[in-house]
Design a protein around this ligand. Structure first.
Ligand code: ZN
Ligand code: ZN
Length: 185
């Protein structure tokens, strides 16, 4: 991207699952950036407690079972990363507005960038291996997660949706969100 590590000023954790925070301590060390997370996720990020376990029983999509298995048996460690500041609904970091979107985990955050009509949703929805409102096997409360999709679909002006797993949705993000809020759980 033509940037130096020192250009990175802020790191925000969407939530504290290993696939999102595994390299965060090292990234913070190399950049000296400020780390933010929802209060509920901070203890996990800092290594004081483990992420909430999920069932071993395989749930669709099976392509994601490797991650579900890791979270089920506790093979999900990461190097603890100190958090500088907690975030909650309607806070701001740079151009981003923080949106509380619990369900996948209690402290899941999404980020809305109005000028770009872009929404970054972590694991509230996934586009890999198919587009859906969260992986059932890794989401702690699917009903609440779909409610969070509904909340995001009320934003109105969303073109781009960036997700934690899979390709971004470059156009028509709001239509995708409106469809997924109807997903049965
Ligand atoms: Zn996750
Ligand atoms: Zn994830």
């Amino acid at each position: 991207m033509g940037r130096q590590p020192s250009d990175l000023k802020n790191i925000i954790a969407a939530h504290a699952h290993r696939s999102h925070i595994g390299g965060m301590a090292e990234l913070k060390r190399q950049t000296n950036a400020k780390v933010y997370a929802h209060e509920w996720e901070i203890g996990i990020l800092e290594g004081q407690r483990k992420a909430t376990r999920v069932s071993l029983w395989p749930k669709a999509p099976l392509a994601a079972y490797k991650l579900q298995f890791g979270l089920a048996i506790g093979f999900d460690g990461h190097k603890p990363c100190p958090v500088d500041q907690s975030l909650k609904e309607a806070d701001h970091v740079g151009p981003l507005t923080i949106v509380s979107t619990p369900g996948h985990t209690p402290g899941c955050l999404s980020f809305y960038w109005p000028e770009k009509k872009a929404l970054f949703v972590g694991d509230v929805l996934v586009t890999w291996p198919r587009v859906e409102a969260g992986w059932a096997g890794l989401t702690l409360d699917m009903r609440q997660n779909v409610q969070s999709v509904g909340k995001l679909s009320d934003f109105g002006d969303v073109e781009i949706v960036g997700v934690g797993h899979g390709e971004p949705i470059p156009h028509g993000g709001i239509e995708v969100l409106k469809k997924l809020r109807e997903q049965k759980v």
